[in-house]
Design a protein. Sequence first.
Length: 164
Amino acid sequence: MILSIVVAVSENNMIGKNNQLLWHLPNDLKFFKNTTWAAPVVMGRKTFQSLGNKPLNGRVNIIITRQNNFTVNGATVVHSLEEAAKYAASLAYKELFILGGGEIYKDAIAKADKIYITRVHADLEGDTQFPVIDKSLWQLVFDEHHVKDDKHTYNYDFQLWTRK
C-alpha cells in the first residue's frame, strides 16, 4: 500500500487556523479532487468535521478518531493510521491518501511514500503546522509554478515529493 500525503501548506508550514484553511485557491481544490478521486482518503475527525461532517464524494472515506462511539454514515471509522491502511488494502486499493489534520500528518510523514503539496507562497498566521520536510529523506520530483490572479490570492506551486 502506497501512503500518500495530500496537503496545502504556506511557506512557514501553516496549514490551518481554527480548523479552517488559510486561503481559497480554486485550482488547489481541482488538484486535490483530481489527485484523490476514486481512491480511499483518510482524515482525522476534526478535519472531517471542518468539511461539514460529510464524506467526500467519489472516494472511500476513512475517519481516524480516539472516540470509540463516533460513527459516520458513508464513512468507515478507525482508530489509527495502520488500521486505515489495512482497511484500504482489504478493498484492494494500492494507494491511500492522507488528508490531515496536523496530528495525522505528524504520524504519517514517517510512514508516507509520497507527499503531494500545494505550496502557498506566503507566510501566514495559523495554529496548525505541517512537519518540515527533511530533504535528506525526500526528493522533489515535480514542481509546477502558478502565479496569483483574480481567483488566486497567492502564488503557489503543485509539488510531488517522493521518499528517497
